[in-house]
Each structure stands twice: as structure tokens, then as C-alpha cells.
Design a protein around this ligand. Structure first.
Ligand code: URP
Ligand code: ZN
Ligand code: ZN
Length: 467
């Protein structure tokens, strides 16, 4: 029997803290050796990574897949296509949201969601819980039990019809999170400001997709971010402010961190490379970019880069939330043509996330390779309880690895992404560097840009409480 199932030879390895030349020996899905000159004869298989980066596979802790999305609307990705796309983009674990609908038991929602994933995944998945109906039963029984069972991250919304919680309800969820050691993730936008502006815009006949951005101004995000942080301060709970889009919200998080509060921040590719102008396409083209918060302006892009560089944002996620464009069950749902209010919110990005940050960040000198690894893998694993099992290259860690060709130049086109959508909002972006080969627990899922993995290799993971 060979010492190694697989050896990756000759690559340059980067973790969140180090860069070193090393071969990697893998056995039974884990990294068992890190050394120069591991003998090829001791391995069943050898991958030559000369001239390539060998990085921890990406962890994308903010992904929406097969999520109920309103009447007549269907998400473009199920677990098969969503995890396939993740693998093509160098991501080896995704963390989708199990959505509790009003009146539904969380446990039942989780059971149904888990069934959708079973046997379908190319990469590993681990679920967060979205709380839309914090009843006594949910707060008193289900949430504490589910946190202990391996689902210790709860997302709450301050906006969206049917999902928004009021401050009292958010406090109740935060209180459970504090008692159980769970992390609260929050979508911070002021619901009433948005409703007020939306009504007014509609009265004025301003209903095209571009008015989505007008209806959700920076002040609505800044106010809600400040309030969310205040609620977390009162509750003494750890909070992740997700998909931060602009300087004012980022500065709220920075101030909270400077005060010593347990506040973390996340931003996403759309806030680095898109602006509100992208929503201004002719006819319904702007619908391709409708997401919340909306992309902003060039100063907001700069602020998001600064947040990544200076550690205000510890994680960079995709907020992958795919709806097909040319589809009456997607962005062109008939009601959406009457007002931006009804255009499904969300854009795809699970495969584009890493290439965009690598190309725009590492290759353009905005961040170094260690920060890239931290922002895309290690910090996700640490924040959500997957570390050191995942998120790094170390002896004993699972062999979730992406092998990058740093010189491969490509124009980003939808066919590179292998998702269930029919467009990418990043079409035409010039990208340098690409994850050509992706391994999940030691098995090759994508090799040299071709799918080799088997559906069902991806596992659904539970996570321990932070304690
Ligand atoms: O527009 C977005 N971001 N859709 C996904 C749902 C969410 O708010 O995270
Ligand atoms: Zn959100
Ligand atoms: Zn989201």
C-alpha cells in the first residue's frame, strides 16, 4: 500500500500566514506530509504543480442555493449546479442558508433542506439558519437545540417582505445566540426607509431596475448597521455584518471593533467591481445587477478595498443568489417588469468570487497572497467553526486544495462558471489567475478546467459551537 494516495509536487504553498515551497502528501482525505522532495514512488498519483500556487480551497460562507424565493420565482442553482460551480471557482466548502418560512418549524425546514442536498454535492456544504419567525417554540426549543446539533450561525434580516424582524425580535434571537455560543449574521438595511422610498418612486413612475439602487441608499444601510451593532452590544453577542457595500457602513464596523465589540464584517465581489450604473442598462438589462444592498460608486469600491486591506472585513464571500435572466421564473418575472420592487434580489458569484479577488486584489497589488487566503478560506473556517479541519494547509487538515495558475489570462464569460444561471454580472472582466484544479478531501473534483468529481462526494457538515 502506498504511503500517499496523492502527492502534489513542486507548487508554492500559501496559508494565511506563510508562503513556502513544499510538496503535499495526502492520505485518506487529509494532509499527512508537507516537505520538499516527497518521493513520487510512494504515491498512487502525482500532480505536478510547478509554477502554480497551491492554496487552501475557498470557503464561501454566504451562498443561497435552492432557497424558496417567492411565488413563481425559482432560484437558478440547486445543490448539484451550485456546488459544481463552486468547484470550478476553486471553492471547496459552501455555506448556504436554510430558510425558515413564516409558520414553519426550523427543524422541519432543515430536514427538507438537508434532503435537497443529500447525494447532490460536488463540494462540502454546511448550513446557516435564517430565522423569519422567532416564535416561543423557535427561541426556546428549536434554536438552542439546532445550535447544539451543529448549526451555530443564525441569519436575520432587517429588511425584505416576509423576512424582516423588528428590533425586539432581533434581540430575542441574539439572546439565544449569546446563551448558546452561536454567531448572528445580519442583513442591515432600514426596512421603513426602503418601503417609503419605493412607494414614492412608484408613485412617480420611476419603476425601472435602476431605481432599485435609489430605493436603498447608503444612509439606509449605515443606519441599520449602526442599529445592528448597538443591538449586538446590548446582547453581548458576536455579530457578522454581511455584504457591506460602502464606506459609511464599513466605518460603523471599524468603530465597533475599535471599542472592542465582537463585530465582524463581510464584503463581496459586487461591491468591488460593480456600481449602481450597472443597473442602468436598457430595457430590463439592469435587472441582472439587482441585489441588496445595491452596488454603489467608486468611493464605495475603494472603501471596500480598504476594509479588506485593513482587516475591518475578515471575510470575502460571494452572496451567490442566482436567478436566470431570460426567464419568467427569474429576473424577468412578469411582475418585475412593472416595478423594480418585484425583481428577484440577488446575483450569482460563487465561481467568480475567487478569480475576481485574486486578479483585482493579488495580481494588482492591493492585497498579498496571505490576506487572500485569510479572506477567502481561513477566516471563514475560524468564524464559523470549521477550523483547523478546513481553511488551511497543515498536517491533519482536510485536503481541500485549489491549484492556481497565476498567469492564466482570461476574459470572464459565463461559460467558465458552470452554474445554473444564464449570465454573469461580471461578463467581460479581464482576469489574471485561475484555479485550474480543485480537490475536496483529497479527491480531484476539477482537473485542468474539466469536471472529474462525482456528485455525492460533497458532504453536509455540522459544526461545533464556538464555546
Ligand atoms: O440581494 C441579495 N443579496 N440577495 C440575497 C439575499 C440576501 O439578502 O443575502
Ligand atoms: Zn442579505
Ligand atoms: Zn445573501
Amino acid at each position: 500500500m502506498s504511503a500517499y494516495d496523492l502527492v502534489i509536487k513542486g507548487g508554492r504553498v500559501a496559508t494565511a500566514s506563510d508562503v513556502f515551497a513544499s510538496d503535499i502528501g495526502i492520505k485518506d482525505g487529509r494532509i499527512v506530509a508537507l516537505a520538499a522532495g516527497l518521493p513520487a514512488a510512494d504515491a498512487d498519483e502525482v500532480i505536478d504543480a510547478t509554477g502554480h500556487w497551491v492554496l487552501p480551497g475557498g470557503i464561501d460562507s454566504h451562498v443561497h442555493i435552492a432557497q424558496p424565493s417567492g411565488e413563481g420565482i425559482v432560484m437558478a442553482d440547486d445543490f448539484e449546479t451550485g456546488t459544481r460551480s463552486a468547484a470550478f471557482g476553486g471553492t471547496t466548502t459552501i455555506m448556504p442558508f436554510c430558510l425558515q418560512q413564516k409558520g414553519e418549524s426550523l427543524r422541519a425546514a432543515l430536514k427538507a433542506y438537508q434532503a435537497k442536498a443529500e447525494g447532490e454535492c460536488y463540494v462540502d456544504v454546511s448550513f446557516h439558519l435564517i430565522i423569519s419567525d422567532p416564535t416561543e417554540q423557535v427561541l426556546g426549543q428549536e434554536l438552542p437545540a439546532l445550535a447544539a446539533d451543529g448549526y451555530p450561525s443564525f441569519k436575520v434580516f432587517m429588511t425584505y417582505e416576509g423576512l424582516a424582524l423588528d428590533d425586539r425580535q432581533i434581540l430575542e434571537v441574539m439572546d439565544v445566540a449569546r446563551r448558546t455560543g452561536a454567531l448572528v449574521m445580519i442583513h442591515a438595511e432600514n426596512y421603513d426607509m426602503i418601503r417609503f422610498l419605493t412607494d414614492r418612486l412608484e408613485q412617480e413612475g420611476q419603476t425601472a431596475p435602476r431605481f432599485h439602487a435609489t430605493s436603498r441608499p447608503i444612509v439606509a444601510e449605515r443606519e441599520a448597521t449602526h442599529r445592528a451593532i448597538s443591538l449586538a452590544e446590548l446582547s453581548d453577542v458576536s455579530l457578522m455584518v454581511v455584504h457591506v457595500s460602502n464606506r459609511e457602513a464599513m466605518e460603523e464596523i471599524r468603530r465597533a471593533q475599535a471599542k472592542g465589540l465582537k463585530i465582524m464584517g463581510e464584503t463581496c465581489p459586487q461591491y468591488l467591481v460593480l456600481t449602481a450604473d450597472d443597473l442602468g442598462g436598457l430595457n430590463m438589462e439592469g435587472a441582472k445587477y439587482v441585489c441588496s444592498p445595491p452596488p454603489r460608486d467608486s468611493d464605495s469600491q475603494l472603501a471596500c478595498w480598504q476594509g479588506l486591506q485593513q482587516g475591518v472585513f475578515s471575510v470575502f464571500s460571494s452572496d451567490h443568489c442566482p436567478f436566470r435572466y431570460d426567464d419568467p421564473q427569474g429576473k424577468l418575472v412578469p411582475k418585475g417588469r412593472t416595478s423594480f420592487r418585484w425583481v428577484p434580489n440577488g446575483i450569482p458569484g460563487v465561481a467568480a468570487r475567487l478569480p475576481i479577488l485574486f486578479s483585482e486584489g493579488v495580481m494588482k497589488g492591493r492585497i498579498d497572497i496571505n490576506r487572500f487566503v485569510a479572506l477567502t478560506a481561513t477566516n471563514h473556517a475560524k468564524a464559523y467553526g470549521l477550523y483547523p479541519r478546513k481553511g488551511t494547509i497543515a498536517i491533519g487538515a482536510e485536503a481541500d486544495i485549489a491549484i492556481w495558475n497565476p498567469e492564466l489570462r482570461q476574459t470572464l464569460t459565463h461559460d467558465l462558471l458552470h452554474d445554473g444561471c444564464d449570465y454573469t454580472p461580471y461578463e467581460g472582466l479581464e482576469i489574471t489567475g485561475w484555479p485550474v484544479t480543485t480537490l475536496v478531501r483529497g479527491r480531484v473534483v476539477v482537473r485542468d478546467g474539466r469536471l472529474e468529481g462525482r456528485k455525492g462526494h460533497g458532504l453536509t457538515l455540522t459544526r461545533p459551537l464556538a464555546g
